[in-house]
Every structure is written in structure tokens, then in C-alpha cells.
Design a protein around this ligand. Structure first.
Ligand SMILES: [Zn+2]
Ligand SMILES: [Zn+2]
Length: 344
């Protein structure tokens, strides 16, 4: 039986899940952000201004959705010297009238703007502080999840994060594997922190490529391609929540399914595809003699058989995922698919 890992039905929508406007420390107005992204083929943008969650229903039209969201930040101490944790929170319900909380820590002028907007638009405005570190963050993630929000851990490298900062986190929905703003500053994020959490048995932690745009120069570098029935807020958020998407900085994935233990991918031209697993089973294929790759069939029986034989051991949390790259630096990443998701 053919098991689609990205749904066969529906349509792909290009989405940027991280942008700042002049409501916090960005230079572009929300209207200008919409204009730029629409002109570049995007169907949705999450407005993640610092500390303040402002819905932008006025920007919706039949070809565009403004996702209600916010970026929270917690510094360990001196911003220049020590790590900080940034995370985005996305409302599953666009009208989200209950904001998770207001986190009044200074951030590049965002607070002043937040206070200006507070009286006009915000409904629930509970100030909330929390400490630094995974234990404190877990409480916040839990609260956000319970209130109907998806939580994404942002730009781990750009925030000087290592395993001490994110190990043991529970309930994340996503983690940035690419952040255009951070990449422009020389911080290339990667998939390692996501693998760290997947191997701890966290089943989501989907890879997110996003811009974190603060101005026009950071726009349209990384995105997610979401497969949904049609462009509607709740359908788009459902698809995101389920993981029906892949992250990209320029590569397209057209098809991804498994049939008789053979994983099949079809994509735009690439130079390398790698199958990652946390056990001793990894494979990759490279373009040869200028002949680009546009598909790959991978027999993953050894992975599936190993899991079935050891189903009650650690390997029950075994997953696989695909990385794609071109020689000129474009990438795409699928999420991790756990073997018991596809068992017959
Ligand atoms: Zn940030
Ligand atoms: Zn940001």
C-alpha cells in the first residue's frame, strides 16, 4: 500500500513563519510585508513581532493569510555575552483573543510599541515573566500549547544555544533549521538540534526555514511549503500542526511516499539527497557528471525490520528524514517520520 508522507491531495502553499514589522523592531509596515511576500509567490506570513501578539485580519484576502503570532525572548544575562532563547508562538485560531501572555522584557523598542497598541487592540494582556533554561521554558510551552498555540524554537545558533539550553524541552512543534536573518549574520543553523530532540522521543520538532525579516534585505530566503486542501486559516494551521510541509531555501519536493518499504521522492534538480536516521543506517546519493537528481527510490527495509524486531526497545522511536541540497547552497528538509507512523 502506498503511504503518502506529504499528502497526495491538496495544494502547496508557500509560507514565511517569521517576520518583524515596524510594530516592533522591523523597518517594514505590515502592509508592505504582505506586498513583498505576495509578489514572491507566498500565500501566508506569520507576523511575529517581539513580545506582542497582534492579529492582522485586515491583511487577509483570498490569496493571502496573516498568521497571528508573536516572538518571545528570554536572555540569560548580558545579551552580547550570554545565550538567549527565542521562540515563536502561532495561534491556531486567527481571532485568538486570549494571548498567551505579555513578556515585558526590554527588546529593541518593542515594548513601547506594544504599549501603544495595547489600548487599541489587545484583549488579554497578562504580564508574565519566566526564568532562563529548559525547565522554565517547559512550563511556558505547556501553557501555550494548552491555550491553542504552536511553539517553535528559533535560530538556535544565532542565539548561542547548545544542548544545555534546549535538551529536555517538551511539547515543541517546530525548530528553525534555517533563519535568513541569522544566516546573514554568519549563523548557519542546521538539523543537529532537531535530531537531538527527536532522538529523545519528541515526535514533532518539525524543521522550519524562515526569514526573521527585519527589512527588505532579509525577505524570501527560507520558507515552508505547506500542503493543504485550500487556503483557509484553520486548514493551513491544521496542516502545519500535522507536519504536512517541508522546509526549503530553494528546492521543491513534489512527491514523497513509501510503498513496499521503498521510500520515493521527487524533487526539483538537486546534487545530493541524504537519508538520515538515528541508527546505523544512512544513505546518500550524489549527482554525477553534471546529471542532476530529480528523484530517488530508497529501500528502507533494514530500518523497518530493525525496528520491528526491536519494537519494545529504544528503536521504537526510530525515525527517518531527508535532506536535499544543491551545489550552489540551496536546501530542503523533510520532517522526521517515525517508523510506527508507517507500519502496515
Ligand atoms: Zn529571534
Ligand atoms: Zn525574530
Amino acid at each position: 500500500m502506498r503511504h503518502y508522507l506529504i499528502p497526495n491531495e491538496g495544494k502547496f502553499f508557500k509560507v514565511n513563519l517569521h517576520v518583524h514589522t515596524n510594530i516592533s523592531d522591523g523597518s517594514l509596515s505590515p502592509e508592505r510585508v504582505k506586498e513583498i511576500y505576495k509578489a514572491n509567490g507566498y500565500s501566508a506570513v506569520a507576523f511575529t513581532d517581539h513580545q506582542i501578539m497582534l492579529p492582522h485580519p485586515e491583511l487577509n484576502d483570498e490569496d493571502f493569510i496573516a498568521i497571528t503570532s508573536v516572538e518571545y525572548a528570554k536572555n540569560k544575562g548580558s545579551y552580547m555575552l550570554l545565550p538567549s532563547t527565542h521562540f515563536n508562538v502561532y495561534a491556531k485560531d486567527q481571532a485568538a483573543e486570549v494571548f498567551p501572555f505579555f513578556h515585558p522584557e526590554g527588546f529593541w523598542g518593542a515594548i513601547k510599541h506594544a504599549m501603544d497598541y495595547r489600548t487599541e487592540k489587545m484583549i488579554n494582556f497578562e504580564p508574565r515573566t519566566f526564568g532562563y533554561g529548559p525547565e522554565e521554558l517547559n512550563k511556558v510551552i505547556k501553557e501555550c500549547n494548552e491555550a491553542g498555540f504552536l511553539v517553535c524554537f528559533n535560530h538556535p545558533k544565532g542565539s548561542l544555544q547548545n544542548y544545555r539550553d534546549y535538551g529536555g524541552l517538551k511539547g515543541l512543534w517546530g525548530m528553525e533549521c534555517y533563519n535568513t536573518g541569522a544566516a546573514h549574520e554568519g549563523y548557519e543553523d542546521d538539523m543537529d538540534p532537531i535530531d537531538d530532540l527527536l532522538t529523545e522521543g519528541e515526535r514533532k520538532v518539525f524543521p522550519i526555514a524562515a526569514d526573521d525579516a527585519h527589512g527588505e534585505g532579509d525577505c524570501c530566503g527560507g520558507w515552508v511549503m505547506v500542503k493543504a486542501e485550500r487556503l483557509e486559516y484553520s486548514l493551513l494551521m491544521d496542516a502545519l500542526e500535522k507536519g504536512d510541509f517541508y522546509a526549503s531555501t530553494g528546492i521543491e519536493i513534489y512527491d514523497l511516499y513509501i510503498e513496499n518499504n521503498v521510500l520515493h521522492i521527487e524533487c526539483s534538480e538537486v546534487d545530493e539527497i541524504t537519508l538520515h536516521t538515528p541508527i546505523r543506517f544512512r544513505k546518500s546519493i550524489k549527482s554525477k557528471d553534471g546529471e542532476k537528481l530529480t528523484s530517488w527510490d530508497i529501500d528502507i527495509s533494514p530500518l523497518i525490520d530493525t525496528c520491528r524486531e526491536n519494537y519494545d526497545s529504544l528503536t521504537k522511536d526510530t525515525y527517518f528524514r531527508l535532506d536535499l541540497r544543491t551545489d550552489d547552497g540551496k536546501r530542503a528538509h523533510t520532517r522526521g517520520f517515525f517508523v510506527d507512523e508507517i507500519k502496515d
